[in-house]
Design a protein around this ligand. Structure first.
Ligand code: ATP
Ligand code: MG
Ligand code: MG
Ligand code: MG
Length: 477
């Protein structure tokens, strides 16, 4: 008969039927009880082996990590914690696992250790839960936007534009290193690196996304983006996934509403569809909290935090108002924020963002209208001549999760800002064309997918929520 996944078997209301399961051995006790897992759930199914009638040599090969095919009867279990188990009639070893060499022993491993064996960490309960939650969140993003009529637009990975202009783009090179193209003065000519054109890996699909929005109305990208920044933090990766909706005829209010709606929808989707995994992660976190000093422990469980996020509207205020709050918080209280407020105009550091979210408002915050000097060229300029219609969404424990804005749709204003910032108009002629022909108000944002997964899973390090993390010196697999 066909193989059934363990999740389905554990939920089965039918017993005394013959079933076939396949999976990996987690433990094998008393030569009799196999805990088998196939990744469909963190719960293992118990397999009872008729050891008296099983070949000794075969029993020896049932080791942690080995993969098996088991045929047997699904029966009601007398044991605690499980409703059903399988009485095996046939056990076949599909792949052996040498217990002396298998790195995943049936015990709790540290996240640091598991990061070193990222190729095998999928087989642990923690990472099984994380990647099932990640999968659900990705699906929910598509579901939410598709149901609103958004078009999923694929923007290029190789591009000549650096949307943020932050100089964090990885160059794309296809020339022969031994024989590179050279300028007249003999230097390597990087302007020729992609079949004669200078290109880089995309840092954001926004500029191309805007082209789509100004024809299809509502689009989104959802793909990998790359930043050659020093990503030695717990919040940055060199390769991360970003969801970038871009909407014609939207102003900043509409943009905030959409972002808040999307975040709440995907979180509630995970709460509904990944209850078991989130309970597991919540439990895991609570155990971790116990090892912290009392005053540093989080008062809320992960599940409560997620629910709280759904039940409250995000606090909306301007950058200027936020600076005033931070200034108030400063006076001599350990001088913690003093260095920040060099005055109005400084960018917020993550401590400041976290102060606003975790201490002051105690909920997600949307900050708007940042000084134009600390934001990208494409944001719509306010009449005060100093600020732009930017929005950053800040989340507890995470800091910035979304960055977005209403875009500058007025050609002269845009050209003037680009000139001020030294961005050559010739390079972005195609972008400026949308302002020349049928320009319209529009807005969009970028949601860092791993930051979202980080928030929902309650994990502490962004390297633990992406299957194959890319950070300095880490790109082997
Ligand atoms: P940060 O201030 O945290 O460095 P940013 O302002 O540079 O972020 P944006 O250019 O606004 O980032 O990108 C949009 C979103 O993409 C961010 O809000 C964040 O969620 C995510 N993001 C940005 N850089 C990274 C990174 N290196 N790794 C993972 N996610 C990132
Ligand atoms: Mg950054
Ligand atoms: Mg930022
Ligand atoms: Mg940003």
């Amino acid at each position: 008969s066909k193989r059934t996944k363990i999740k389905a078997l554990l939920e089965s209301t039918q017993t005394d039927i013959q079933v076939t399961v396949m999976g990996w051995v987690r433990t094998f006790r008393n030569n009799q009880f196999i805990a088998l897992n196939d990744g469909s759930t963190n719960n293992n199914i118990q397999i009872v082996v008729d050891f008296e009638n099983t070949d000794e040599a075969l029993l020896k090969r049932i080791t942690t990590g080995a993969s098996l095919k088991v045929v047997g009867q699904l029966v009601a279990s007398l044991g605690k914690g499980q409703k059903v188990e399988i009485k095996a009639t046939e056990v076949e070893i599909l792949g052996d696992s040498d217990p002396e060499k298998y790195p995943l022993q049936p015990k709790k491993h540290s996240l640091e250790f598991l990061r070193e064996i990222a190729h095998l960490r999928f087989r642990t309960n923690t990472f099984g839960a994380i990647f099932r939650v990640r999968n659900s969140l990705a699906f929910a993003v598509h579901k939410f936007l598709q149901e609103k009529g958004f078009v999923y637009l694929h923007t290029p990975v190789i591009t000549a534009s650096d949307a943020e202009g932050a100089g964090e783009a990885f160059k794309v090179t296809n020339f022969d290193i031994a024989n590179p193209p050279r300028t007249e003065s003999g230097e390597i000519d990087y302007k020729q690196d992609f079949f004669g054109k200078a290109t880089n890996l995309t840092v954001s699909g926004q500029l191309e996304g805007e082209l789509g929005a100004m024809a299809l109305s509502d689009i989104y990208t959802f793909g990998p983006t790359f930043r050659a920044e020093n990503s030695n933090t717990t919040r940055h990766l060199a390769e991360f996934w970003m969801i970038e909706p871009e909407m014609a005829f939207y102003d900043l209010e509409d943009n905030m509403d959409l972002a808040e709606g999307l975040l709440k929808y995907v979180i509630s989707y995970a709460l509904e569809n990944n209850r078991e995994d989130l309970e597991f992660l919540s439990q895991r976190l609570q155990e971790e909290e116990k090892s912290k000093p009392q005053n540093e422990r989080s008062e809320m469980s992960l599940l409560d935090k997620l629910q709280f996020c759904l039940d409250n509207s995000f606090e909306r205020l301007t950058y200027t108002e936020a600076i005033d709050i931070l200034k108030e918080s400063t006076p001599n209280k350990k001088k913690k924020f003093q260095y920040l407020i060099e005055g109005w105009g400084a960018d917020l550091q993550s401590e400041h963002e976290r102060y606003l979210v975790e201490k002051h408002f105690k909920k997600p915050v949307i900050l708007t209208d940042y000084p134009k000097e600390i934001k990208a060229f494409y944001m719509r300029q306010n009449d005060d001549g100093k600020t732009v219609r930017a929005m950053d969404i800040l989340f507890p424990g995470i800091g910035e999760i979304v960055g977005g804005s209403q875009r500058e749709e007025r050609l002269e204003k845009l050209e003037q800002r680009m000139a001020e910032m030294g961005i050559p108009a010739e390079e972005l002629w195609w972008y400026l064309d949308t302002r020349r022909f049928g320009s319209c108000p529009h807005a969009g944002f970028g949601l860092g997918f791993e930051r979202l997964v980080l928030f929902v899973t309650g994990m502490g390090n962004i390297r633990d929520v992406i299957p194959f993390p890319r950070f300095p010196k880490n790109a082997e697999f």
